[in-house]
Design a protein around this ligand. Sequence first.
Ligand SMILES: Cc1cc2nc3c(=O)[nH]c(=O)nc-3n(C[C@H](O)[C@H](O)[C@H](O)COP(=O)(O)O)c2cc1C
Length: 191
Amino acid sequence: MKQRLGAQNALYPLPAVLVGALVEGRPNFITVSHLGVLTTGQEEFIGVGLNKVHFTNAGIRQTGTFSVCIPDEKMVELVDYCGLVSGKNVDKSEMFEVFYGELGTAPMVAQCPVCMECRLHQVIDFPDHDLFIGEIVETHAEPEVLQEGRLDLGRIRPLLFDLHGRQYWALGRPLAAAWKAGLKLMEKEQG
Ligand SMILES: Cc1cc2nc3c(=O)[nH]c(=O)nc-3n(C[C@H](O)[C@H](O)[C@H](O)COP(=O)(O)O)c2cc1C
């Protein structure tokens, strides 16, 4: 029989990313793993959950923009550092080579193989957290992480985060083709 753990979120691993915003006029980067895809296709919206105590929140609200940058395995120490120290006490603006795109106010990390710039769509006000919903307006990728023009996870080598084990994980191997692995069962069903 399964053991009850109480209301624990078991949805790990999640990617560990750097969310960038201009705060008081300078770039700040916060490590985030509580984020996700909200819609895809014609509407590309993502949600990022930030505790209200963080320095970054005010910058996102002020500029109405933010970035989500995907670091690779080699950046694990930098990513962890950005999750240990706050822009309230430490200036993180010089840590990375920063670039800007369409929006002009969403700082992105050149060292990250993939960066998305987002326009703030809505903030959902939870008691402890701001849930920032952003529309992706442009995605910037190093050509080396593309395979026939598509983002290739095996080349990006993103960092995965497990809150329960308090560890970063690396990506494993591909398992099966999506929208194909179930075809046999479908065929069986249809006789
Ligand atoms: C792996 C990792 C993931 C984190 N994920 C989140 C998150 O999803 N939301 C959040 O509010 N804080 C998260 N944090 C904590 C913030 O990154 C941390 O408190 C940071 O110092 C805040 O920076 P700021 O005050 O400059 O905005 C995470 C930290 C680590 C190390």
